[in-house]
Design a protein around this ligand. Sequence first.
Ligand SMILES: NC(=O)c1ccc[n+]([C@@H]2O[C@H](COP(=O)([O-])OP(=O)(O)OC[C@H]3O[C@@H](n4cnc5c(N)ncnc54)[C@H](OP(=O)(O)O)[C@@H]3O)[C@@H](O)[C@H]2O)c1
Length: 284
Amino acid sequence: MTARPLPGGPVADRVLTDVTARARALRARGVAPSLATILVGDDDASAGYIRIKQRQAAGLGIDSPHAHLPPDTTQDQLVGVIRGFNDDPAVHGLLIQYPIPRHLDYDAALAELDPAMDVDGMHPVNMGRLAVGLPGPLPCTPAGIEELLAYHEIPIAGREVVILGRGATLGRPLAMLLAQKRPTADAAVTVVHTGVPDWERYTRRAEILIAAAGVPGIIQPHHVRPGATVVGGGVRYKGRRLLPDVDESCAEVAGAITPRVGGVGPTTVAMLFRNVVAAADRAR
Ligand SMILES: NC(=O)c1ccc[n+]([C@@H]2O[C@H](COP(=O)([O-])OP(=O)(O)OC[C@H]3O[C@@H](n4cnc5c(N)ncnc54)[C@H](OP(=O)(O)O)[C@@H]3O)[C@@H](O)[C@H]2O)c1
């Protein structure tokens, strides 16, 4: 059996078509949606990610002011720049490009962000809102995975979902999201990690298995229930090469599977821009 592919590209296209229309409507009312970015240091890869986001933002009708700070920036200076963007009424979303130099405290910087402008959905206030089911910016990768499953009409309500990984970016918020009472969620969610050495006991019974570990090839065919849906969220980069958690041979066992490239990634970016227009709408 070869699994049905679940590409993220068409999912992202649908979301971004809506984002473009909302950005145009905002501009017609005199509001230019705006995503500010902060880069600290001279990491080439990070600078590249910012350029890609700026190019995409321009294509969607979203402004993208940017602050590039030197590698020896102090925490106080970084906080000053964050507060400057927080207080700028022309800015609706704010992103601190990760990673930042080691002498700086990322979590402390994130906590300085106005939660309403946290388009990554990672601010502790927004994580708290997610935990108690209040509306707010959702973390992009988890929201992208829910959108991807819904787009490809993978039933999820009432089904057994197992997530490998409990990290703050992916596994933990995804578990909260997919357990919410909503037609595209409402699942029986189990989270496994290094504290569960026999985690394959759980993944083998999952109707939907989501890899969120960041350990290349950790999911092999014998971890997958035949016919299950497999989503590869965890990735690691070796140079420019993307190494996914899910081994490609899992496609021989799964019923549906995200592709190695162009699966979850495009949906993450689309959710970021959805959060930007939502923030601009709220600010208006
Ligand atoms: N596709 C995208 O667009 C996108 C976006 C964001 C993040 N990601 C990827 O998502 C992944 C997770 O991100 P994160 O920040 O949430 O990660 P994280 O904080 O590093 O968490 C990784 C999780 O995986 C578990 N794990 C690691 N090795 C394991 C093993 N051998 N057996 C069982 N569990 C294991 C860890 O368990 P313990 O808690 O017990 O240590 C931890 O819970 C990363 O690969 C990241 O690159 C992808």
